[in-house]
Design a protein around this ligand. Structure first.
Ligand SMILES: Nc1ncnc2c1ncn2[C@@H]1O[C@H](COP(=O)(O)OP(=O)(O)OP(=O)(O)O)[C@@H](O)[C@H]1O
Ligand SMILES: [Mg+2]
Length: 496
């Protein structure tokens, strides 16, 4: 039995200053199915979803639901049409409480039209309890981890009882266990006849949940088929329009002196007795389940958080790091996991975002050397294939993946001796990932020490000389190249 069409998008075109984000796009989604959208960073996926959700107006084209053309005015109106959306960029207000974030925009009111806080609290607490989450409705978002905020966004979107649920990279920041929860929920949603539009750069998960796949490139639909008629290679070749290498550009490099050593680093409640070292020319990895304490260790090391005891040595000399400024002085750079909160300056241009922490490099004799700034940043942008209309475009308008690339470029330009990369390829398309691996290799070959935190095991196995595995705030073991397997990592990662 073939399912009825729920949502149809017809001939949608959308132009932004300097870019045609969507060019005459048409496709349709059937009831009770998962329709996956694939495409490189900047292909137009999120833009189309924002049009369906009423955030942008298309220049032309229409949206048809249940056979009737609709005019979705804004996200609240979208909900009336049975549409809800999980956004790619977690754009939350840190001071908001969980209950506020759940009901913002559609506050329930009581009989005298006053906001009904009692019912808000009850509904929120019920939902949290049902989902087994250990917070209460008054917890502020800033006190939650990235994965918790993401998971709440998912639960919120699902709780609206919508028929069309858009998920724009919902798993970019949640744990594997939460991914399983999400997939269970998707199954339930399908069973009740809802349809899901799902965007992800994680190829394994696409093939696990898709019923149909549509591939975008440069704002156009390239192809749309049932999942049975696709395989990984076909999706990738349609996405990038060229052959890409699926191996890792790891080289055997000369390993130098110890650049960084961490001794018995402890922070109550986060991590305990952490010992590790990284040499020049070496790429070390940190594996572990989300919440294992990897990010916390790096944040403390970088001076973003305090630690209780332990020692940090750079070039075998003990140093004190109390702030990111101290780290930068010691030539340490860190790409943070939560790019929204710690990475970008939204109102500034792409170029400013890339050069902000590097201005010194481009200033001599009191003058900013613009041409050199442009040349250096431009080179990184080219290597990573950053898609931006101009260098002066504000960073907000770039696609999610392209924003990530700008931030990565920023840290590459600081010319660090020690570079910490927390999930550097999250949200990056398959084509650009390889370029980033090449950059990492190049940095190591220049004698820099690299620390790579990643949830993608093949990435750690393919790129690292050694991998430390953390669980419950402690390093449970260390594996060396040739001896690093997914099984061994998972074994250590699940130790108590
Ligand atoms: N508000 C905006 N103003 C100007 N340009 C925009 C705006 N939003 C998106 N764009 C541009 O439209 C193009 C498509 O962006 P979109 O966010 O839809 O890509 P995407 O396919 O979701 O990519 P990613 O995988 O990186 O999330 C990009 O070139 C982007 O810079
Ligand atoms: Mg996007």
């Amino acid at each position: 039995m073939s399912q009825a069409v729920k949502l149809e998008v017809k001939g949608i075109t959308k132009t932004f200053p300097g870019v045609k984000a969507l060019d005459n796009v048409s496709f349709s989604v059937k009831k009770g199915t998962v329709h996956v959208l694939c495409g490189e960073n900047g292909a137009g996926k999120s833009t189309l979803m924002k049009i369906i959700n009423g955030i942008y107006k298309p220049d032309s084209g229409e949206i048809v639901i249940d056979g009737k053309p609709v005019n979705v005015k804004n996200p609240i109106d979208a909900r009336k049409h049975g549409i809800s959306m999980i956004f790619q960029e977690l754009n939350y207000i840190p001071e908001m409480t969980i209950e506020e974030s759940f009901f913002v925009g559609s506050w329930p009111v009581d009989s005298i039209k006053k906001v009904d806080w009692k019912s808000i609290k009850k509904k929120t607490d019920d939902l949290l309890k049902r989902e087994g989450l250990a917070y209460n409705s008054k917890t502020k978002l800033k006190d939650l981890s990235v994965s918790d905020v993401q998971m709440l966004e998912i639960l919120k979107a699902i709780s609206y009882d919508s028929d069309i649920i858009i998920m724009d990279e919902p798993t970019s920041a949640i744990t594997n266990k939460e991914v399983r929860t999400l997939f269970e929920k998707i199954k339930e949603l399908k069973e009740r006849g809802a349809c899901i539009i799902y965007i992800s750069h994680k190829m394994e998960e696409i093939f696990e949940i898709a019923d149909e796949i549509t591939v975008f490139r440069d704002g156009k639909v390239i192809d749309s088929r049932p999942v049975e008629d696709y395989d990984l290679n076909l999706v990738i070749s349609q996405m990038v329009g060229r052959e890409i290498s699926d191996s890792y550009p790891k080289q055997d490099l000369e390993i130098g002196e110890t650049a960084l050593e961490v001794k018995n680093l402890s922070s109550k409640g986060s991590f305990k007795d952490v010992n590790f070292a990284v040499k020049r020319g070496e790429i070390i990895g940190f594996a572990g389940l989300m919440g294992a304490g990897r990010t916390e260790v790096m944040r403390a090391l970088f001076g973003l958080d305090k630690y209780d005891s332990g020692e940090i040595l750079i070039n075998n000399v003990p140093v004190r790091i109390h702030s990111p400024q101290d780290s930068v002085k010691h030539k340490i750079a860190m790409l943070s996991e939560d790019r929204r909160r710690f990475g970008i300056v939204p109102v500034r241009s792409v170029k400013e975002n890339a050069s902000l922490s590097n201005l010194k490099r481009f200033i001599y004799k009191g003058r900013l050397h613009k041409s050199e700034e442009n040349a250096v940043i431009g080179e990184y942008f080219k290597k990573m294939n950053v898609k931006t209309p101009t260098m002066d475009t504000t960073i907000d308008v770039l696609s999610g993946g392209n924003q990530q690339k700008v931030i990565l470029a920023k840290w590459m330009v600081t010319n660090p001796d020690i570079l910490i990369l927390d999930e550097p390829t999250r949200g990056i398309d398959v084509g650009a990932k390889y370029e980033i691996y090449e950059l990492i290799t190049k940095l190591a070959s220049e004698g820099r020490a690299l620390i790579l935190i990643s949830s993608e095991l093949p990435e750690l196995i393919g790129m690292c000389d050694r991998v430390y595995v953390m669980s419950k705030g402690q390093i449970k073991g260390e594996l060396s190249a040739g001896d690093i397997t997914q099984e061994k990592i998972m074994y250590l990662a699940t130790q108590n």
